[in-house]
Design a protein around this ligand. Structure first.
Ligand code: TXA
Ligand code: MG
Length: 325
């Protein structure tokens, strides 16, 4: 059984006790829920991989309460990383840096680096302060599926597989953190996310993209198929490309309203951000995918958004979700 804990002092204490004894607790962050374990305990970390059915080649992000504590786990920190941390921590940014010896191999999937993040969510911060340990936490979903943005989503995939979930309500961003590595001091985006390329470029100048050819992906955010729904998903860039409405189709429009010709005739329609706000669309994206997936539709149709700013991260998730195994 997985315990459901309230984010009050009693729940936080219970969560900290579980974590100190090597257990697993799902915690809310401002991006998505994370499945946390003591990052310094390899056995506890191994339980994360087991609970998620996550392949061991996929490294975990380590969460800390402050930049100072985060950088203490890196052997060197480029200027650009310091600048990004000063601007965006606490917040939805992960910095990949050379790892200190104290980080177990299993956390880093034996890479020479570690992903570090200082989350902004008050419950995650209180838990980090209380437990006094770095917390390794991937998204709290079964590997390859849609990330959870509520405690109920966490339980959908992991009930009975983890010790507890701290219920902190719905996540504000709804998209995972932006993952940034460095090459000769220059930032390279490995996964698009809540902090946009434009925001990073404004601080650091040139920004690279991590599509380098490697024997394995640097971030499974780079795996072709990820964030998958069970129902086949088709993407359309423009409204005039959408097929005729169908009683078996669920239509999701990322930004803007449902096109007139599609108001009737589909099984369901949903506009994530009628105002066009991509922030609003991102926040409800994963919940909408889950809902449509559970609706009985035999096809999910999605009208994507412009490929800039936050739209890049949204479309990236959708493209990976649309690849069938
Ligand atoms: O917003 C988030 O980042 C959430 C919350 C819980 O913090 N976490 C999350 O974790 O999305 P996960 O494991 O689902 O995705 C982490 C990504 C993976 O694609 C992983 O490969 C990459 O970060 N990553 C972690 N450490 C890395 C490293 N040392 N080198 C390259 N990529 C790394
Ligand atoms: Mg994930």
């Amino acid at each position: 059984m997985t315990r459901q804990l309230a984010p009050d002092p009693k729940g936080l204490d219970a969560a900290a006790t579980i974590l100190r004894s090597g257990g697993l607790v799902a915690m809310p962050t401002e991006t998505v829920y994370g499945l946390a374990a003591n990052a310094l305990n390899p056995v506890a970390v191994a339980r994360i991989f087991e609970a998620k059915r996550r392949p061991s080649f996929d490294p975990l992000i380590v969460h800390l309460p402050s930049a100072e504590q985060a950088f203490a786990l890196a052997t060197s920190v480029p200027d650009a990383a310091r600048r990004l941390a000063a601007a965006f921590w606490p917040g939805p940014l992960t910095l990949v840096l050379p790892r200190a010896a104290i980080i177990p191999d299993i956390v880093a999937a034996e890479l020479p680096t570690v992903g570090l993040r200082v989350p902004a969510h008050p419950v995650a911060r209180q838990l980090l302060e209380r437990v006094g340990l770095p917390l390794a936490a991937p998204s709290a979903n079964l590997f390859g599926f849609v990330s959870p943005t509520s405690a109920a989503h966490v339980l959908d995939g992991l009930d009975g597989r983890i010790d507890a979930v701290l219920d902190g309500g719905t996540c504000a961003h709804g998209l995972e953190s932006t993952v940034v590595a460095f090459e000769e001091g220059r930032p390279i985006i490995l996964r698009h996310g809540a902090i946009t390329r434009e925001q990073i470029a404004a601080l650091c100048g040139a920004v690279g993209e991590g599509a380098r050819v490697l024997e394995r992906p640097l971030a499974p955010g780079q795996l072709a198929r990820h964030y998958a729904t069970r129902t086949p998903l088709r993407l359309f860039d423009r409204a005039d490309q959408l097929p005729e409405p169908a009683a078996t189709a669920a239509l999701i429009v990322i930004a803007g309203s449902i096109p007139d010709a599609h108001r009737k005739g589909n099984l369901s329609t949903r506009a994530l951000a009628p105002s066009g706000s991509l922030t609003e669309a991102a926040a409800s994206l994963f919940a909408a995918l889950r809902e449509a997936d559970a609706s009985g539709a035999s096809e999910l149709r999605i009208l994507t958004c412009d490929d800039s700013g936050l739209g890049r991260a949204i479309n990236d998730r959708l493209r990976r979700a649309a690849v069938r195994a």
